[in-house]
Design a protein around this ligand. Structure first.
Ligand SMILES: NC(=O)c1ccc[n+]([C@@H]2O[C@H](COP(=O)([O-])OP(=O)(O)OC[C@H]3O[C@@H](n4cnc5c(N)ncnc54)[C@H](O)[C@@H]3O)[C@@H](O)[C@H]2O)c1
Length: 350
């Protein structure tokens, strides 16, 4: 991608970016760990509605992926139970919004309208109209809105996209993506299990691979999906005219003891690329002939890299638009088409 964008900083100088985290659950703790490692940024405020969550701030994190902070220090931050109260204090330049999905649109728009840059967790929203509302609010406030599609920043996925698009390994013939875990059980009010609040498994878990497929191959012409009734499992074929055969499968129905696994296989004319988060080595590039190519795997994980990218944009740096609000919106459109395809038992045109 060669396009770049520049945003107007919300404060006169950016010697230090003041950050707030809204929602101190699994992802709030993930963002907390990442922000703590970024120079010239400081966490000054936390907004969390559940007093029990705040009382447990010093206790270990819950979640299915490693990296969330095990200890949150509330000593030097202002703690709020309401976003309006946090915004009224005018103490932050940027917010990580790590709330349950159904709360993303209203809270994001409110923060943008208050002149605050927003990194909102994925999925952007439950429907396209809300995504449009969020993107419009960012444009009219001239503030950064980034959606937390961490896989676009995940080192092995970044390198794989470069290899696919670089062309040296030939045409992509096929690509297959998988994501397996149990339904999240860490949230005190089980909002994940309520499709009206989470969008269900396809919008919550499967969306990671859908968004990556969108990022690498663009929007497909049609999708064809199969799922169980409540869509805790979904498998999709993304159809590209004259393009590669692309499939993705995900489920929330693994036994809890399984933990979490994400993986992919990409078959190119002159190489096979494999990744499996549970294997050692996790990432392999096997050329059809000759030695493996040298690989330059960026340090960090998708969360730390996406937050660093957001911080640079907030500081007014020119950054590559790796995930625009409009792209995140199109990913929602794509997942909703997959859900419809599975429900109606037919291919759905994008
Ligand atoms: N990028 C990823 O890999 C990834 C992984 C898991 C979850 N997520 C996404 O992150 C978001 C949050 O998920 P989570 O697992 O952290 O959920 P969670 O339930 O662990 O945390 C949400 C927190 O928000 C708090 N909260 C709810 N309403 C509030 C309000 N009005 N004001 C302030 N606090 C409020 C809750 O008390 C809870 O502590 C979801 O959109 C989810 O899809 C992303």
């Amino acid at each position: 991608m060669s396009r770049t964008h520049r945003v107007v900083p919300s404060r006169k100088t950016f010697a230090m970016i003041h950050v707030g985290i809204v929602g101190l659950g699994f992802m709030g703790r993930m963002h907390y760990r990442c922000w703590k490692a970024i120079p010239d940024t400081t966490i000054t405020a936390i907004c969390e509605a559940n007093p029990k969550v705040l009382a447990a701030a010093g206790e270990p994190s819950k979640g299915n992926v490693e990296g969330a902070a095990d200890h949150i220090d509330l000593k030097d931050v202002s703690v709020h139970s309401d976003l309006g109260e946090l915004l009224a204090a005018r103490s932050v330049d940027a917010l990580s919004i790590t709330l349950p999905t159904y709360l993303h649109p209203d809270t994001t728009v409110k923060a943008l309208e208050a002149g605050v840059h927003v990194l909102c967790e994925k999925p952007m929203a439950l429907d396209v109209a809300d995504c449009d509302r969020m993107a419009a609010a960012a444009r009219s406030a001239a503030r950064v809105l980034q959606i937390g599609h961490c896989i676009r920043f995940w080192p092995e996925y970044v390198v794989t996209r470069q290899l696919i698009r670089g062309g040296l390994l030939g045409r992509t013939i096929a690509a297959s993506f998988r994501r397996y875990t149990a339904m999240p059980a860490w949230s005190p009010d089980s909002w994940f299990a309520d499709e009206k609040r989470s969008g269900g498994q396809p919008l919550d878990l499967h969306i990671h691979d859908t968004d990556y497929i969108h990022h690498v191959f663009g929007l497909p012409a049609t999708v064809s999906s199969v799922a169980d009734g409540p869509q805790t499992y979904i498998s999709t074929h993304y159809h590209y005219d004259d393009g590669p055969a692309v499939v993705a499968e995900s489920t929330w129905r693994m036994a809890p003891a399984f933990g979490f696994e994400m993986s992919f296989v990409v078959v190119l004319e002159r190489a096979t690329i494999l990744f499996n988060s549970s294997s050692t080595p996790a990432f392999r590039v096997l050329p059809a002939e000759g030695p493996p190519p040298p690989l330059d795997i960026p340090p960090g994980d998708g969360y730390s890299r996406e937050i660093e990218h957001f911080a640079r944009a907030v500081a007014g740096e020119i950054v590559e638009p790796i995930i625009t609000p409009e792209q995140a919106r199109d990913t929602i459109r794509l997942v909703l088409a997959e859900k419809q395809s599975a429900r109606e038992g037919r291919s759905v045109l994008l």
